[in-house]
Design a protein around this ligand. Structure first.
Ligand code: NAD
Ligand code: GLY
Length: 373
């Protein structure tokens, strides 16, 4: 497929998946530039799916940029929040497509964070058994992780992201300018997913994050550009080797097993996903240390960086989740679990991760050591 020529200051990362390959475009002011969308398939209609927070900020700009490519561009604004990543809101996407008599060439545009991206991608995977879609992520977390790699899903009352599909977008458009309106707490949450790429894959990147963390928090455009580009490169390398998450891709879940237990135990929405991942990485590194794989300096280094990124590095009061046994129970509800055995992404040595089980007693010790009493 023809891809747009890059504006100066912009960069591009390729996801290499044979005939499902696609570019991730990274730069300032991409979202409202018609040339960003050059080469997308011609179709009668397009639907922009967003939410009530992001749509008023960027909906009109995206609509006018893609207008030259389509006869009609519709917009749908869903309620904001993880609690709306469900069947009811997914159905509203199908309602909008059917009410507008959208055919199977219709292109969907996901404009927003990971919630909108995951839901729109799943809608695209299902509508008429699959229509093309474009990711336009507007949170740091979505730009460095969720918009890339084709995992799409909605939540079920009994489990997060349990209903979904692997379905790759045609293109990912990371407009760094859109991060200017992101609330500071959401920026920090995105930094957790940037930091994770260091311990699991590239310690040189971890060094770079440590020396640029203040620039990232200050939203320095060059620092953000490098963080998004290197994160996407690493994710592209991992997904290129294991698109369907049967092996290597699991390393991208570093910190997520402990993190999911914190999110679920406190009740979704108390801690942001990235906050729980920040603390979860410290807990997973501590477990790696107890197994004798990394030393205490490595754990302390990661804890310091998580703190500096504005993320919690100590788990919530144990009584607010229940107790260590309740943590273990929550961690068993995880896609990585096998026959009830909890699997963790652990650090084998700095820059290299491995999926591994650990004795419940050791995990309980780590929970006790890493959470407020
Ligand atoms: P989110 O989509 O809820 O966005 C966070 C908040 O920021 C929302 O209130 C949103 O409206 C607001 N927002 C978004 N862009 C903004 C902007 N530019 N300016 C102002 N406000 C803005 O959360 P998220 O952190 O982006 O994504 C979390 C979701 O991503 C979870 O559902 C998680 O399961 C999913 N996820 C998926 C993958 C994957 O591989 N598919 C990976 C990681 C996370
Ligand atoms: N965010 C984890 C993955 O894409 O596999």
């Amino acid at each position: 497929m023809h891809t747009p020529s890059l504006m100066s200051g912009s960069s591009q990362v390729e996801i290499k998946l044979g005939d499902r390959s696609y570019p991730i475009l990274i730069g300032e002011a991409l979202l409202g530039d018609p040339s960003t969308y050059a080469g997308l398939p011609r179709a009668a209609q397009a639907l922009i799916v967003s939410n009530t927070t992001v749509e008023p900020l960027y909906g009109a700009s995206l609509q006018s940029a893609i207008k030259p490519h389509f006869s009609a561009v519709h917009r749908l604004s869903l309620p904001d929040g993880e609690e709306h990543k469900n069947w009811e809101q997914l159905n509203r996407v199908f309602d909008a497509l059917l009410e507008n008599a959208c055919d199977r060439k219709t292109v969907l545009f996901a404009l927003g964070g990971g919630v909108v991206g995951d839901m729109t991608g799943f809608a695209a995977a299902c509508y008429m058994r699959g229509v093309p879609f474009v990711q336009v992520p507007t949170t740091l977390l979505a730009q460095v992780d969720s918009s890339v790699g084709g995992k799409t899903a909605i939540n079920h009352p009994l489990g997060k992201n349990m209903i979904g599909a692997f379905y790759q977008p045609l293109r990912v458009v990371c407009d760094l300018g859109s991060l200017k309106t992101l609330p500071p707490r959401e920026l920090s949450a995105g930094l957790a997913e940037v930091i994770k790429y260091g311990p699991i894959y590239d310690m040189g990147f971890l060094d770079w994050i440590e020396s640029h963390i203040e620039d990232l928090l200050a939203r320095d455009p060059q620092a953000l550009a490098h963080a998004v580009q290197r994160s996407c490169q690493i994710k592209a390398e991992v997904v290129g080797q294991d698109e369907r998450d049967t092996g290597l891709r699991a390393i991208l879940n570093f910190g997520h097993t402990f993190g999911h237990a914190i999110e679920a135990g406190l009740g979704y929405g108390q801690w942001l996903h990235g906050e729980a991942v920040g603390c979860g990485m410290v807990m997973a590194a501590t477990l790696s240390e107890r197994l004798g794989w990394v030393d205490a300096d490595f754990v302390a280094r990661l804890r310091r960086l998580v703190d500096r990124a504005g993320l919690p590095s100590v788990g919530p009061r144990l009584s607010s989740v229940g107790n260590a046994a309740r943590y273990l129970e929550l961690m068993r509800v995880d896609k990585k679990s096998e026959a009830g055995e909890i699997k963790f992404v652990l650090i084998k040595r700095p820059g290299q991760a491995e999926v591994h089980g650990a004795p419940d007693a050791l995990v309980s010790e780590v929970i006790d050591a890493c959470c407020k009493a």
